[in-house]
Design a protein around this ligand. Structure first.
Ligand code: HEM
Length: 418
């Protein structure tokens, strides 16, 4: 394909990374982007979107190659030459995290908390996670209906990550407002709308910073057995973490551990209500939960897209990508690629092998994957232990409006208590 038009008019400082491709701008297409992905994989596996000024990549092999080669495809968005990023002073602490770092800096940051997220470290937390799930279900089981998102899928992960970090779980409504603002795309794309959006984003950055600075201060004098204390400890040796990095760290863990897992649970129940046979099998045999969770991660991936920046001129499936170009591997499309998955559009709860890219791949492979898997397994086991005959209680679905997070904002269900 030919080189893009680099003279394309600039969009007045708006953050192009938050924009959704035009093809996904309708509710229907964002709820089910998979036909569009199929067409792109077939006919335009790598294409340049003039409007967003990014390369979109749809095939599994190309997405996997990008994620496996961090030297060529950097995670640092400030290396992009064609994107309208915020001015350096307006970037906020999330530009200073492991997610947006390469090489030794990335490894140094990730090393601070890596141990706490290993499956082995999480084992002792499982009974408590089960209690949290059960308490949430206690409140709604007898009602015969709930909003799966508001009543279960949102509070469970937010309580778990808040406890792990060591922040008060009562602040959970505020966490939701903060997280939503950080992942959502501007609804109003007029100049005034984008400006208001950027203002709100900066306000949330400031609030998050103030919130975590106070908690970091507290742990400096009163360390506890929590992640914020680990982060303070790494900051206080004067070498491992800067203060800015410590703040960004807390925010990343709060946001990354929360919206994603909520949507995994929502997407899981969406898949299962659409496949009643699979749901009945799972309810009858909870040992299938592990592979069922992997299949949801593949079939309706909570993270649909990532961003990288080319550090050199490179050819990608026939396209000439230049140094500084932003590249978007579509995980949600890679995960439906028939070159890798047998009958990719079938939802099979016992699919093995299942080498989906739902948690990414390579050096940035999701740090929280073991925690997300544990939470999802426990949540589904407890749900089906407590209720039966689960079905959708509304026909309309309202998608999460984000350029990378995929799920629904609410999911009313009906059921009978066991
Ligand atoms: C990274 C997905 C849950 C923390 C990632 C990446 C993906 C992902 C795709 C790779 C990003 C990239 O390569 O640029 C998910 C999904 C989740 C989930 C689908 C739930 C279903 C969690 C949880 C945490 C977490 C519970 C816990 C705090 C992180 C962190 C990174 C990351 C810190 C950055 C890792 C690095 O840069 O080395 N996640 N995630 N995630 N995730 Fe998750």
């Amino acid at each position: 394909s030919s080189a893009p038009h680099r003279e394309a008019e600039r969009g007045g400082g708006q953050q192009t990374l938050e924009r959704v491709p035009l093809e996904l701008s309708t509710t229907e297409s964002w709820l089910d982007p998979f036909d569009w992905y199929a067409e792109m994989r077939e006919n335009h596996p790598v294409r340049y979107d003039e409007r967003r000024r990014v390369w979109d990549v749809f095939r599994y092999a190309d997405a996997a190659r990008i994620l496996s080669d961090p030297m060529t495809f950097s995670s640092d968005p400030t290396r992009a030459t064609e994107l309208d990023l915020p001015e350096p002073e307006a970037r906020g602490p999330l530009f200073e995290t492991m997610l947006t770092s390469d090489g030794s800096r990335h490894d140094r940051l990730r090393g601070v908390v890596e141990e706490s997220f290993r499956p082995r470290s999480l084992v002792p937390r499982a009974p408590h996670i089960r209690d949290v799930a059960d308490d949430l279900l206690d409140d709604v089981v007898d009602r015969g209906e709930m909003d799966l998102i508001a009543d279960f899928a949102y509070p469970l992960p937010v309580v778990v990550i808040a406890e792990l970090l060591g922040v008060p779980t009562e602040d959970r409504p505020t966490f939701k407002r903060w997280s939503d603002t950080l992942v959502e795309t501007p609804a109003d794309t007029s100049e005034a709308g984008l400006e208001a959006f950027a203002r709100e984003r900066r306000r949330v950055d400031d609030e998050l910073r103030a919130y975590f600075e106070a908690i970091l201060d507290d742990r400096r004098t009163d360390p506890r057995d929590d992640l914020v204390s680990d982060i303070v400890h790494a900051e206080s040796d004067g070498e491992t973490l800067s203060h800015e990095e410590a703040v960004g760290f807390c925010i990343l863990l709060l946001v990354a551990g929360n919206v994603t897992t909520t949507n995994l649970l929502g997407n899981a129940v969406r898949c299962l209500t659409a496949h009643p046979d699979a749901m009945a099998r799972l309810a009858a045999d909870p040992t299938l939960t592990t592979t069922a969770v992997e299949e949801v991660l593949r079939y309706r991936s909570p993270v649909q897209a990532l961003v990288r920046v080319a550090t050199r001129d490179v050819e990608l499936a026939g396209a000439d990508v230049h140094t500084g170009d932003a590249v978007v591997p579509w995980l949600g499309s890679a995960n439906r690629d028939p070159a890798v998955f047998d009958a990719p559009d079938e939802f099979r709860i016992d699919r093995t092998p299942n080498s989906h890219l739902g948690f990414g791949r390579g050096t940035h492979y999701c740090l929280g994957a073991p925690l997300a898997r544990l939470e999802a397994r426990i949540a589904l086991e407890q749900l089906f232990a407590r209720v039966t005959d689960v079905e959708r209680a509304s026909t309309e679905l309202d998608p999460v409006r984000s350029a990378f997070i995929y799920g629904v904002r609410s999911f009313p269900i009906r059921y009978r208590a066991h």
